[in-house]
Design a binder for this molecule. Structure first.
Ligand SMILES: N[C@@H](CCC(=O)N[C@@H](CS)C(=O)NCC(=O)O)C(=O)O
Length: 217
């Protein structure tokens, strides 16, 4: 199997942490975002969205990070990241849907507007978008804070796919202009998950490495 990825991409990191945790043998081909690798016809033929990650397993091509995580987990019998019990799977799937549609959707909007756009593209943030996303992020942060009462993980008593999905853009969490002080359990959860060895192994070597092809790979 091969995973097409970009260094530091949250959606790639959550798949890479899954691969590491499952101990799967997957080649990782890094694409250079800044060199335009994602819009090359060769890559668009695999993923017409021009986004990462994309998995190839023989002739089977799969994009959407949460779908890839579930597909990979199902290759390892008895794994605890995405167990067989149908209610546990539905619960994990629920949080993966929620992070994608809600929590990380607006967190990513703020990160793009206030960090990436300003620092990399040297453009100004679109303030109405930032205001809308900030209000929404407070709404979703309250949900997460409530869920984390008396629990260390999103589902059950250990790390599951839901956790790698929820934290996927933790690298930007403390860079954005957002007041997290009202969410102590959420903050403690992110700090705890940051120490997960599989997650930590997916971090870019430096902020400058973000988006570039690693020279040693
Ligand atoms: N819903 C998709 C989102 C993929 C996505 O937006 N990936 C980002 C990197 S985290 C990307 O490829 N961005 C490139 C671009 O927007 O041009 C998934 O979960 O895989």
């Amino acid at each position: 199997m091969k995973l097409y990825a970009v260094v530091g991409s949250g959606n790639c990191r959550k798949v890479q942490a899954t691969i590491s945790s499952l101990g799967l043998d997957v080649d990782i081909e890094y694409l250079d975002f800044f060199a335009g690798d994602l819009t090359e016809p060769k890559y668009l033929a695999l993923n017409p969205n021009g986004r990462v990650p994309t998995l190839s397993d023989g002739d089977f091509i799969l994009w959407e990070s949460n779908a890839i995580m579930q597909y990979l987990a199902d290759k390892v019998p008895g794994n605890t990241l995405f167990p067989q019990d149908s209610q546990t799977r539905a619960d994990i799937n629920r949080w993966q849907c929620w992070e994608l549609a809600h929590f990380n959707n607006v967190l990513a909007m703020i990160a793009y507007q206030t960090v990436l756009k300003v620092q990399l593209l040297k453009q100004e943030a679109n303030q109405p978008i930032v205001e809308y996303a900030t209000e929404s992020l407070h709404e979703f942060a309250r949900v997460l804070e409530g869920h984390l009462l008396n629990r260390n993980y999103m589902v059950g008593n250990g790390v599951t796919l839901a956790d790698y999905a929820i934290i996927n853009i933790e690298g930007f969490k403390d860079m954005i202009p957002f007041d997290w002080s009202g969410y102590p359990r959420l903050n403690a959860y992110f700090d705890r998950m940051r120490t997960d060895a599989h997650w930590a192994s997916t971090a870019p070597e430096s902020p400058e490495a973000l988006g570039h092809k690693p020279s040693a790979v």
